[in-house]
Design a protein around this ligand. Sequence first.
Ligand code: SAH
Length: 257
Amino acid sequence: MKFSVLTLFPKQVKDFLSESILGRAEEKGILSVNAIDIRDFSGNRYGKVDDTLFGGGTGMLMQCEPVYQAFSSLYDAKKEEKPHCIFMSPKGQVLTQKKARELSKYDHLVILCGHYEGIDQRVLDEIVDEDLSIGDYVLTGGEVAACVVIDCISRMIDGVLPNSEAYEEESHMQGYLEAPQYTKPNTWHDKTVPEVMLSGNHARIKEWKRLHGLYDTWKRRPDMMEKLDISSDDWKKLLQIEREKKEEENKGIPSAK
Ligand code: SAH
């Protein structure tokens, strides 16, 4: 899969994505991230790409033409279809795991980053297919947001993680959160790993993970819980987990149960 990021700060994007899992995936040729400097398309000696706002208001706005030229450099309009273009914007639909999965099906994604006050609407209307936000807050630029989107999509591309189970069971993938996880040693600060985890019984482990994932969703994200259809049998089990946790707390025994 190919990502082309249109930005005024290509180094910020490349530096972030060249490390760790994504860096290795790029080395292996599973994905490629191309960061294009919009300033290279300024058309003037100073690399100036922004100007003051019509109608007043503070700050500077990125102009149409450099953005348009940078985008047009990515494909041959006569022979190729226009690549899918996402504009990072606090006005966009907020990124979800479902959305990332949808986007992972594209061969080529163009991600446009704004800076300063943003970008002249006219070029957005012409090249952008969808706006995407990473949350209801405002950043200084779209670069960090673009890295979040690329990171999230990439781990669903075959070959980036060791196997698809690595992400299939994760938080948000099935509509609920992941259960707590443990590694060695078995006992740490008097806290023991739940006995079932050491049992080697895969069916029991699977059920434990499912129920504790649901339990965490119930306690941490009631908004997600409301969307799940929990059977009365499962509710009984969740209430039982709650009772057990309360008992542990009352005993004052530290436990990871
Ligand atoms: N004036 C704009 C904000 C500009 S912030 C407004 O009020 O909508 C500058 C740039 O940062 C934006 O163009 C966008 O590319 C990026 N950005 C800011 N917040 C973001 C968010 N929550 N998600 C994605 N991109 C964001």
